[in-house]
Design a protein around this ligand. Structure first.
Ligand SMILES: [Zn+2]
Length: 279
């Protein structure tokens, strides 16, 4: 599932393709479930003739600010991908929604699993205000992280995945951050020491920034994996230290990397660097 670095890569790819400033001539909804909060017909009516003013990211949402004072929120969920195609490109079976631009180019939303969603909203804050701080912005200080974790009895890994705690972290970057910070994923958040929280803060920023710089993580070679708008693989997979490296050696201490399940998610740790739960 695309996480902060992958969604950021998609936003940058859409900008690079010139979508900021582009007009939307028409919209095709091939799978009605892709549209949330309105009927496909109403969605198409509202979007046709609009211009995209600005593209940004908030957590794992792509936010397109339109010239009619509305915002289009897009969530890629499991397998959503954008591709920019020339005019009159024939759709494939997994293209769920298409924006036809004024210049004839087609923005295809390709989504094998069909969980991706498009929603038009008047006030994005209503939909996004519950999300936690953006970990790569200046607002995400170590004090902010300490506040987000204080008094929380939950295990640290599920809490990192909770978008209301910190925005944009998913399974890959949670495992990598906890390994880098040398914290066991089952530690209760309210038992982390100041030193550990400092390390975790630094680790989250390091791991996510590396992911963005490498244009995301593409695991394996299936078509449903992450690809940028330009169709490129993210280069971060080789830089992963523990994620899906069960049985390999920890790059820090040489101990064998183990897999456990935390909150139904496959979780990868170095049992030596990330000593067991204390609570
Ligand atoms: Zn280790």
């Amino acid at each position: 599932m695309p996480e902060l670095p992958e969604v950021e890569t998609v936003v940058r790819g859409l900008r690079a393709a010139g979508l900021e400033g582009a007009g939307i001539r028409d919209v095709l909804v091939q799978w009605p479930g892709t549209v949330a909060g309105a009927t496909p017909a109403a969605f198409i009516r509202s979007l046709r003739g609009c211009r995209i003013c600005r593209l940004t990211r908030r957590a794992k949402y792509i936010v397109a600010e339109l010239d009619n004072h509305r915002h289009l929120l897009v969530h890629l969920r499991m397998t959503g991908q954008f591709r920019i195609e020339p005019p009159a490109t024939v759709l494939d079976a997994h293209d769920r929604l298409v924006l036809i631009l004024d210049d004839g180019r087609q923005v295809h939303f390709h989504d094998t699993r069909k969980f991706g969603r498009f929603q038009l909203v008047a006030d994005p804050r209503q939909h996004l205000s519950a999300l936690g701080p953006e970990p790569l912005t200046d607002e995400f200080t170590v004090d902010v992280l300490r506040r987000q974790l204080s008094g929380r009895r939950r295990r640290i890994k599920p809490l990192l995945l909770d978008q209301t705690c910190i925005a944009g972290i998913g399974n890959i970057y949670a495992d990598e951050s906890l390994w880098l910070a040398r914290i066991h994923p089952l530690r209760r958040a309210d038992t982390l020491t100041r030193t550990e929280i400092n390390r975790l803060h630094q680790a989250i920023r390091t791991v996510l920034a590396k992911g963005v710089a490498a244009e995301g993580t593409t695991l394996g070679h299936g078509a449903t994996n992450f690809y940028s708008v330009a169709g490129r693989r993210g280069r971060n997979a080789d830089a992963l230290q523990v994620f899906r490296r069960t049985g390999e050696s920890c790059p820090r201490c040489g101990h064998i990397i183990a897999r456990l399940v935390v909150g139904q998610r496959g979780t990868h740790i170095c049992p030596q660097c990330q000593p067991g739960r204390k609570h």
